[in-house]
Design a protein around this ligand. Structure first.
Ligand SMILES: *[C@@H]1O[C@H](CO)[C@@H](O)[C@H](O)[C@H]1NC(C)=O
Ligand SMILES: *[C@@H]1O[C@H](CO)[C@@H](O)[C@H](O)[C@H]1NC(C)=O
Ligand SMILES: *[C@@H]1O[C@H](CO)[C@@H](O)[C@H](O)[C@H]1NC(C)=O
Ligand SMILES: *[C@@H]1O[C@H](CO)[C@@H](O)[C@H](O)[C@H]1NC(C)=O
Ligand SMILES: *[C@@H]1O[C@H](CO)[C@@H](O)[C@H](O)[C@H]1NC(C)=O
Length: 409
């Protein structure tokens, strides 16, 4: 195989799949956590692909999709510590967690949050959560303890009598955690905001084999049949892990970072993006991971930076999570005195791919309001490709998306 070309539109499904460390052979306890960690990676991957399909159905032609499934699953899991009853079983069921109890899920995230990003050579992966509380709102002690203990949650209060300062405080927090990749996440806060759950993910990895800047040249990228854009096309001759899935009309190439993480690019044949993204799921990714083999190829990959944001409330409702947005949502795990609901779920993610490596960041915010509040309506990669960042083929999806046009910021 010589020359993996992308010849049409750049439509990338970008998925970062996260990490599973080597099992700690000498610690039985760790092995058990490892086990349960893997149990959640499967429902999390299913949730990620279901979410991708929903977001894709809503996207306009040529729009890039990019998000962090892990960020969204983690934020919703932190939220689940505060909901009870039918609201809780509905949330767990939509996340695919029905066979687990809250303690098991909490333990998995605690382990995951501590483990991610450890022992990475020339790579950085940070994930964490925070709770911004209205200064006069006092949630149940157990809720705060759980968010802190299991979800590494930073807890701070914001003064909603000074809304601009409160917005700035939250945005500064997120910008700091994402190395300024996610700025101005929150535009405004609802006057009745009670608290906001925040999740952030930041990833930076250097390619094991960087591209040479001298070999980057302007080239065409075919967004669709009628649209061609100019991109900076990087290129390299090297041994890559490549798989040609003829039955699924797709070429797979894996680019490793210096540590255990790698990016998987899934390049459907011309005109085959819809077919591939329509049927893709975690089994495909696993199959591709296991099928690649070393091939000396010339790879052409655009250098690009994109960002995407989405308001997720309607999408999550379509996926079965309705009660938390509803007047009857049971938030008795957060407070027994005041009634709450989720007013907004927002997600923003950025991705930058260069000769040296990749930087990606994401943030998810879940805003909760008092219920009395007025309801606000609520191979030459030059054609569409799918892309994943994986560590050792485990299915924890850090990021996922579709880049239709690398020149659209
Ligand atoms: C959760 O499930 C585990 C394993 O089945 C069990 O040991 C534990 O007692 C359960 N915890 C709760 C709070 O039900
Ligand atoms: C974030 O804030 C901490 C504490 O103020 C500071 O030490 C750190 O350098 C900041 N990080 C970034 C990326 O700005
Ligand atoms: C390309 O242009 C033709 C003719 O104007 C149009 O019928 C077709 O829908 C366009 N295709 C895309 C993908 O925009
Ligand atoms: C596409 O890949 C999937 C996952 O490996 C496989 O199950 C399926 O059979 C393939 N489709 C075709 C048409 O070969
Ligand atoms: C990847 O996972 C396989 C089995 O799942 C294991 O044998 C291998 O050591 C792992 N490699 C790394 C680098 O973690």
């Amino acid at each position: 195989m010589s020359g993996v070309f992308v010849s049409c539109a750049l439509s990338a499904l970008l998925i970062s799949v996260a990490l599973s460390d080597q099992p700690h052979h000498h610690h039985h306890h760790h092995q058990e956590s490892e086990l349960s960690f893997q149990k959640l990676s499967s429902p999390n991957a299913d949730f990620a692909f279901a979410l991708y399909k929903k977001l894709n159905a809503k996207a306009t032609a040529g729009e890039n999709i990019f998000f962090s499934p892990l960020s969204i699953s983690t934020a919703l899991s932190a939220l689940s510590t505060g909901v009870r009853g039918k609201t809780h079983s509905q949330l767990f069921s939509s996340l695919g967690y029905s066979i687990f109890n809250q303690t098991q899920v909490n333990e998995v995230y605690k382990h995951l949050l501590h483990k991610l990003g450890q022992n990475l050579k020339n790579e950085q992966l940070d994930i964490g959560n925070a709770l911004a509380l209205r200064s006069d709102f006092i949630p149940l002690e157990k809720f705060l303890r759980d968010v802190k203990h299991y979800y590494s949650g930073d807890i701070f209060s914001v003064d909603l009598t000074k809304p601009d300062a409160a917005v700035a405080e939250i945005n500064t927090y997120i910008a700091n955690k994402t190395h300024d990749k996610i700025k101005d996440m929150v535009k405004e806060l609802e006057p009745d905001m009670v608290m906001m759950l925040i999740n952030y993910v930041y990833f930076r990895g250097l390619w094991k084999n960087p591209f040479s800047r001298h070999k980057t040249n302007s080239a065409e990228f075919h967004v669709d049949k009628n649209t061609t854009v100019q991109v900076d096309m990087m290129s390299m001759h090297d041994d890559f892990k490549v798989y040609r899935d003829a039955d699924n009309h797709t070429t797979i190439i894996i680019l490793p970072y210096e540590s255990k993480t790698s990016m998987m690019i899934v390049l459907p044949d011309e005109e085959k993006m819809q077919e591939v993204e329509g049927s893709i799921n975690k089994d495909y990714v696993r199959h591709w991971c296991n099928s690649v083999s070393d091939n000396y190829v010339e790879l052409f990959l655009p250098r690009f930076s994109i960002s995407a944001e989405a308001s997720l409330a309607n999408t999550l409702k379509e996926m079965g999570i309705t009660d938390v947005f509803d007047h009857n949502g049971d938030f008795s795990g957060v407070s027994e005195e005041v009634r709450l609901k989720v007013s907004k779920v927002s997600h923003k993610a950025t991705l930058s791919v260069t000769e040296l490596g990749t930087e990606a960041a994401a943030a998810t915010t879940i805003e909760m309001v008092y219920l009395s509040a007025i309801l606000s309506p609520s191979i030459e990669i030059n054609r569409p490709f799918l892309l994943f960042i994986l560590e050792n083929c485990t299915e924890n999806l850090l990021f996922m998306g579709k880049i239709n046009n690398p020149t659209v910021m």
